[in-house]
Design a protein around this ligand. Structure first.
Ligand SMILES: *Cc1c(COP(=O)(O)O)cnc(C)c1O
Length: 414
């Protein structure tokens, strides 16, 4: 069957060997999946989820019990006082944007402590000029870079001590950078350092790609508010779009007032028939995230065996579902992404090419044969075409499909 799928015997044998070497990691992933599954099931039961919550609203969306209960379930699962989970958030970027505009006022300062943020946030913040950026509303931006892969603890403590900073932004996942993603342990350490000298500053986490990768989420270790996309981890591949913001009640209220309108907040927002998909997606999410992690671990080990530099290594602690592979060669990275596309169920005969995507600085190639457009909890692989030509691969709704995609991609560069 492998050969019928265009994967030669030599590669199949390497894959078999690799699978026997990653068994202990697979077991760890299964343990975390079990833990998070209990969390989700308990939240469903504690909130008495029933058929009625699948009902839909249109127009203003007043009195949408399904929507309101979904927000309680998400809050419980994420360890939050409150959450807002909406399809009116167009993307993770939009939810981050709304959150920043909701929490910051003119002359406030936002401080990022994980170096340059995700590319699409540059015009939002004003790192890249935009007439509607936070900067255009006189909101200041400061950035403290990581020292290699570590927080610059001394610099952060000194700066935060001043108490003139309104919000600290921490991006856990690496985005399109070569750094490592931020583990919960590192996050907890830095939050403790911040809280030692400053109790008021809002600690906001870009949690994209990190949900359910570990047993805990950032709110249980001291973060105030977290943001993530539903076409990533928590959507479980079934949410058709949307994003969530979870955290302290007063902060979520501010986000709601900004997303809809001052005075209306969470009371409005039609769900247009998606409640069941959102709930079913969350229900599947622990297992889907586990499949993505297994795909990443498999890819990491096999590509390392084949001589490529990978991060994380297969047995390293993971903070997110992203696997990076350094190809050092534009042609190879393009071939790998095209191979991922060849291995997918949707649009497998399309050949992705690098292009100038809105919001990104370099040309980017994006392979995504997904049921949901742009969904990156489904197996997907992106690469900005710039040295050292790193591919950022993530997702896999099942491990089997993930593994097949990876093998197809490797076959494509061989
Ligand atoms: C994906 C991602 C975003 C943006 O989410 P979109 O839904 O693609 O807009 C922001 N930050 C990080 C770290 C991400 O991985």
């Amino acid at each position: 069957m492998y050969q019928e799928f265009g994967i030669d015997e030599k590669l199949e044998n390497i894959a078999q060997k690799v699978e026997s070497q990653i068994k202990h990691k697979i077991k760890e992933i299964d343990d975390i999946c079990m833990y998070n599954s209990i969390k989700v099931l308990k939240a469903f039961q504690d909130n008495n989820i029933s058929d009625m919550h699948f009902n839909s609203t249109t127009g203003y969306g007043y009195g949408d019990i399904g929507r309101d209960t979904i927000e309680k379930v998400f809050a419980q699962v994420l360890g939050a006082k409150d959450s807002i989970v909406r399809s009116q958030f167009i993307s993770g970027t939009h939810a981050l944007t709304v959150t920043l505009f909701a929490l910051l006022r003119p002359n406030d300062t936002m401080l990022t402590i994980t170096g340059e943020p995700y590319d699409t946030l540059h015009p939002v913040i004003g790192i890249e000029e935009n007439e509607s950026s936070l900067k255009s509303f006189c909101i200041n931006y400061e950035q403290i870079d990581l020292l290699g892969n570590e927080f610059d603890k001394q610099k952060i403590e000194e700066r935060v001590k001043e108490k003139d900073i309104k919000l600290i932004h921490i991006q856990r996942s690496k985005g399109y950078s070569a750094r490592k993603s931020i583990t919960l342990k590192k996050l907890e350490e830095i939050i403790k350092i911040i809280r030692k000298v400053n109790n008021e500053v809002i600690i906001m986490i870009d949690n994209c790609y990190c949900e359910f990768v570990n047993k805990q989420e950032p709110l249980s270790i001291g973060a105030d508010i977290i943001v993530g996309s539903l076409i990533k981890n928590l959507g479980g591949g079934l949410a058709p779009n949307g994003a969530y913001v979870a955290g302290k009640e007063e902060l979520i209220n501010l986000v709601a007032q900004r997303l809809t309108a001052p005075g209306q907040g969470k009371e409005v927002g039609p769900t247009l028939g998606i409640n069941k998909s959102i709930l079913q997606g969350l229900y599947m999410a622990p297992s889907v995230v586990a499949s993505s992690l297994k795909t990443a671990v498999f890819a990491s080990k096999i590509l390392e065996e084949l001589g490529f530099k990978v991060s994380p290594r297969f047995d390293e602690e993971r903070a997110d579902i992203v696997q990076t592979i350094e190809f050092g060669d534009a042609n190879k990275v393009i071939k790998y992404c095209q191979g991922i596309q060849k291995g997918s169920a949707i649009d497998s005969s399309s050949i992705p090419e690098p292009w100038d995507m809105p919001g990104y600085t370099d040309k980017v190639i994006m392979a995504s044969g997904s049921f949901t457009q742009g969904s990156s909890i489904e197996l997907s692989c992106d690469a900005p075409i710039r040295p050292p030509y790193i591919a950022f691969m993530q997702g896999g709704l099942t491990y089997e499909y993930g593994k097949l995609g990876v093998l197809k991609a490797i076959q494509n560069i061989m």
